[in-house]
Design a binder for this molecule. Structure first.
Ligand SMILES: [Fe+2]
Length: 572
């Protein structure tokens, strides 16, 4: 332990970053983006990297790769013991496509499209551990046909990462869970050497976090890499990776949560760059057709993990919260390379949507906190109102330790620089249990970037010992009145985010359907349709997966309407 105290953190950071220098991501202000349909698309059939390098390098590469596995096996806990491989997180090695799934209740006639949830499902376990953010992307999908019938499918995305590992017969990636202690440092350095031999400049996307539609195309997103464009499968029951977007000069990464401007459709990605010594984050702007407009590098003076953003008519909301890359922690046996620093403040920035420079950002200092997701933001006469699902504590390597999360309202005044902060209490403990909180938040899609009356989200319920959290329901809260929320209790565990679809003849903002994949307490999986007005626990309709077929818990969900699906057929 004495040696730990003699390490100069700044020197160690510089050393680690210099080891990664060959892989730094180029960021300039003149970076053409080759969007969908251009010749520069890098198809997923790209040659496996190990075969694309010359023989001496390949021999060294494979030697280093084997050494990494040996070191990890000797020094790390067996990966199979990971909590992220148990229960609702257990991987599913099989794919299914059921053209006529069992339906109970009555599917509404005005609900036609496909509801999908993207989830991590590792093909091979990474080196030295496993974190749920590292699994290969897979998709649970229900196609609602409009005639009372529905399909059910589970599909593995075919990314370049997955293809490469199939060639190797094992994982090629070092788990962040292995990056602890001196053995962790050795593994990081060997991984850096391996990536140098591969001439790989950025992380390979797992495509496991989010699905977003933009410019008439669908993308699977992961914040360490570049988006995959998706196409519909030949039987129409699911989606599949088609090709990965690449830039000529800008090589990523891209955010898992790019946000569209509420009126002109521009797409804003606030991306963070842990491995780049000259740039901490970037705001990448694409037009409504996914063509590159500009990239604005940010020098934040620290390396925050930025998962989400928000966009109003006037501003892009940038979250520089103190969940930071902390290289010196790698030498601590129980350290965490990425964790919240409770002694450091947060900063929320308002970047004008037509801004071109970091100097255009108006910054507000806020108390220390961590957050994955914004609920929404909208303009006011004096600035912006932002709703944020935030945690008082966060450690990427021990994610159950999040304290008492809150939905927090920030009123940011650009004229005076003042920040007014208040908390929205859900009032759902009586129904769900003590410590209930909301995450995976969303509003009616038509209210994104505008003043929304209703917010929705998944209900997280911690166990009494706070060692586990279950997704037990979906809630609706009134952002205007602040009245206690209404909540729907699931018959089991929610598998990721819910979705909202407006009724055809909706008469109010909340007049729609809530869709949710649920792992029922009997072990079976369903997709339930609920009424978002009455918020009744009993679903309107249920689409059943085959009995006993395990569906892993996932992250974000998306409803793809029939018009979008028709467009995708036309592109086949
Ligand atoms: Fe997210």
């Amino acid at each position: 332990m004495k040696k730990v105290n003699t390490v100069n953190p700044a020197h160690l950071e510089a050393t680690l970053l210099s080891m990664m220098e060959p892989f730094f991501i180029t960021t300039t202000n003149k970076l053409p983006f080759h969007g969908a349909g251009t010749a520069a698309n890098n198809g997923i059939s790209v040659s496996p990297v190990a075969c694309a390098i010359d023989r001496p390098r390949r021999v060294l590469y494979r030697s280093v790769d084997k050494m990494m596995h040996i070191v990890a096996n000797l020094t790390k806990e067996p990966t199979k013991n990971s909590e992220y491989l148990q229960g609702v997180h257990a991987p599913q090695p099989n794919e299914i496509s059921i053209p006529k799934a069992r339906v109970t209740g009555t599917l509404p006639a005005d609900l036609v499209g496909m509801f999908v949830n993207v989830n991590p499902n590792p093909q091979y376990l990474p080196i030295g551990g496993y974190h749920m953010f590292e699994g290969d992307g897979a998709l649970t999908s229900v196609r609602i046909l409009g005639d009372g019938h529905a399909t059910f499918a589970y599909t593995h995305f075919d990314t370049a990462k997955r293809q490469h590992e199939m060639e190797l017969g094992r994982s090629n990636e070092l788990s962040i869970m292995a990056m602890r202690g001196y053995s962790g440092l050795v593994l990081v350095l060997m991984d850096a050497l391996k990536r140098k031999l591969e001439k790989r400049k950025y992380l390979r996307s797992t495509a496991n976090t989010n699905i977003e539609e933009h410019g008439g195309r669908l993308y699977a997103l992961w914040e360490g890499g570049l988006p995959y464009e998706l196409s519909i499968t030949s039987d129409g029951t699911s989606l599949q990776t088609q090709r990965q977007l690449v830039y000529d000069e800008y090589e990523g990464p891209f955010s898992a949560h790019p946000v569209a401007h509420p009126t002109n459709g521009n797409w804003y990605s606030v991306s963070y760059m842990l491995e780049n010594p000259t740039c901490d984050a970037a705001i990448v702007v694409l037009d409504a057709n996914s063509q590159f407009i500009r990239n604005v590098p940010l020098q934040l003076g620290r390396k925050p993990m930025i998962h989400d953003a928000a966009v109003t008519n006037n501003y892009v909301v940038v979250l520089d919260l103190p969940v930071l890359l902390t290289p010196e922690e790698i030498l601590k046996p129980n350290g965490s390379l990425i964790r919240m620093h409770e002694d450091k403040p947060g900063h929320i920035g308002l970047f004008p949507v037509d801004g071109t420079s970091e100097a255009d950002i108006i910054w507000f200092e806020v108390p220390s906190c961590a957050a994955f997701h914004t609920l929404n933001a909208h303009d006011t006469a004096d600035g912006v109102v932002l709703h944020l699902c935030q945690f008082p504590r966060f450690n990427l390597l021990a994610m159950k330790d999040i304290g008492d999360p809150k939905l927090v309202r920030y009123e940011l005044n650009v004229r005076t620089g003042a920040v007014d902060i208040s908390t929205h209490e859900l009032g759902l403990d009586d129904k769900f249990g003590h410590g209930t909180y909301v995450d995976f938040p969303f509003v009616n899609p038509g209210r994104v970037g505008r003043d929304a009356r209703y917010g929705f989200g998944s209900v997280g319920v911690p166990s009494l010992d706070r060692k586990n959290v279950r997704n037990r329901g979906v809630c609706k809260f009134d952002l205007h009145t602040g009245e206690p929320a209404a909540g729907i209790l699931f018959p089991g565990d929610g598998l990721g985010e819910a979705g909202f679809v407006s009724k055809k003849d909706a008469v109010s903002e909340d007049d729609g359907y809530l869709l949710q994949f649920v792992k029922c307490d009997d072990g079976n999986t369903v997709m339930n349709v609920y009424d978002a007005v009455d918020m009744c626990d009993t679903p309107i309709a249920t689409v059943h997966a085959p009995d006993g077929f395990h569906v892993p818990s996932g992250f974000h969900s998306q409803f793809i309407d029939s018009n979008m699906l028709d467009q995708m057929y036309l592109k086949m």
